[in-house]
Design a protein around this ligand. Structure first.
Ligand SMILES: [Zn+2]
Length: 394
């Protein structure tokens, strides 16, 4: 193990983090059946899929943070990386790697599917990444987003939910939502109503960056992330009208008229809104598309070409009273296309062959993938094993 580690570290730390993803849990099972069990190794798909890791559950800020053992081999210091609190021993544990099975019976791959394949640099290793580019496409990366043949790829809402990462949860340490007077925090709930007939706003007062506190082995500059998602449980009076605002536009939930709408300077769309309450409401501007979701299902969407500018995340109440619980802010993955400095040859645009896929890891800062392979950016179809599933379902 030690010599293996030394070998890995000679290749450079980032390469080590990104290359070794999956280890076959029993080599004899290989090729025996069409469902193949594997365990995840490494941080390249974190936080959606993780290898063995340290889990820090902080009772002070109520956040759970993980650090892959590939990034930190020894027990971390007993302190929360988010709020800085000193932690008791029981807040820190070693969590075993996620277990997956590979479905080898179905070789169809769609964009955004996870895929397991023989690593191009070492056919004895298995890698897991997410499909972004399909055969024959020309891929580029800009503003944190991925483009195919010049078109910005907009993830369906279900994929947004899959890859989003938590930035802040309102009830924790260090509240970041600021009220202009009409909102008050009552235990773990925000209650808002207009003041003297004027709308009241609750505004997120911090810049969001593409940092991932679990990437303790990585030093790099951070990018500002504008692709955000507000996700909150809302209880409203029957006559309430309230709004969720993000750069690029805003959503209005009007329980008086039973309507949900999205609007910005490019237009407005609306759809009936069932009146039952409470439920979870999502509003996102990922990939220049505004989406309203109810309980994780897309309800309504609108293009937003100026999603890099505009108001910070805001909840605004225009009529009636709204009670919010578990007000959470999530962010999209922010991809960088610039090849890092260890000699990888990849540079954009990446031309994907007729029998190849463009694949990226979810933990973009450490993942060695189509952007960074020294051979060709395309993943040849012949190296693909299949799509992975969690043993207990996703
Ligand atoms: Zn904490």
């Amino acid at each position: 193990m030690l010599s293996e580690l030394h070998t890995i570290f000679r290749r450079g730390l980032l390469v080590a983090l990104g290359f070794a993803i999956l280890v076959i849990s029993g080599r004899t099972l290989l090729l025996l059946g069409m469902m193949q069990p594997v365990v995840v190794r490494g941080s390249s798909m974190a936080p959606t899929l993780e290898g063995e890791r340290w889990t820090i559950a902080c009772p002070h800020c109520q956040r759970t943070l993980t650090i892959g053992v590939d990034q930190l081999a020894s027990r971390p210091a007993p302190a929360c990386l988010i709020c800085g609190s000193l932690l008791a021993d029981e807040s820190l544990s070693l969590t075993p790697a996620d277990q997956l099975v590979i479905d080898r019976t179905d070789s169809r791959l769609d964009r955004w599917d996870r895929v397991v394949f023989h690593c191009p640099h070492d056919a004895l290793e298995l890698c897991i990444k997410r499909v972004w580019g399909l055969p024959g496409e020309v891929m580029t990366i800009a503003e944190g987003d991925v483009f195919a043949d010049g078109v910005r790829l907009a993830k369906p809402f279900s994929r947004q939910i899959e890859v989003r990462r938590l930035e802040h949860r309102s009830t924790g340490f260090r509240p970041r939502w600021q009220t202009d007077g009409g909102w008050r925090l009552d235990g773990d709930r925000w209650q808002g109503e207009p003041v003297e007939g004027k709308p009241s706003s609750l505004t997120y007062d911090a810049v969001v960056h593409d940092d991932h506190p679990g990437n303790v082995a990585v030093r790099r500059r951070f990018n500002q992330v504008n692709d955000l998602m507000i996700d909150v449980s809302a209880q409203t009076e029957p006559a309430a009208v309230w709004q969720l605002m993000l750069p690029g536009g805003h959503a209005t939930l009007d329980t008086r008229r039973g309507l949900a709408s999205i609007s910005n300077h490019q237009g407005e769309r609306q759809t009936p809104l069932a009146t039952s309450t409470p439920r979870r409401v999502q509003f996102s501007n990922f990939d220049h598309r505004l989406v309203v979701g109810i309980d994780g299902q897309e309800l309504l969407s609108l293009p937003a070409n100026d999603a890099a500018t505009g108001p910070p995340p805001t909840v605004r109440v225009l009529h009636g009273r709204v009670t919010l619980q578990d007000l959470s802010l999530y962010k999209d993955i922010y991809y960088e296309g610039v090849p890092l400095a260890w000699g990888a040859t990849g540079d954009q645009p990446w031309l994907i062959g007729p029998d190849e896929y463009f694949v990226l890891g979810d933990n973009q800062a450490v993942s060695v993938d189509s952007r960074r392979w020294e051979t060709t950016p395309g993943l040849p179809r012949r190296l693909i094993l299949g799509r992975p599933y969690r043993r207990q379902g996703w």
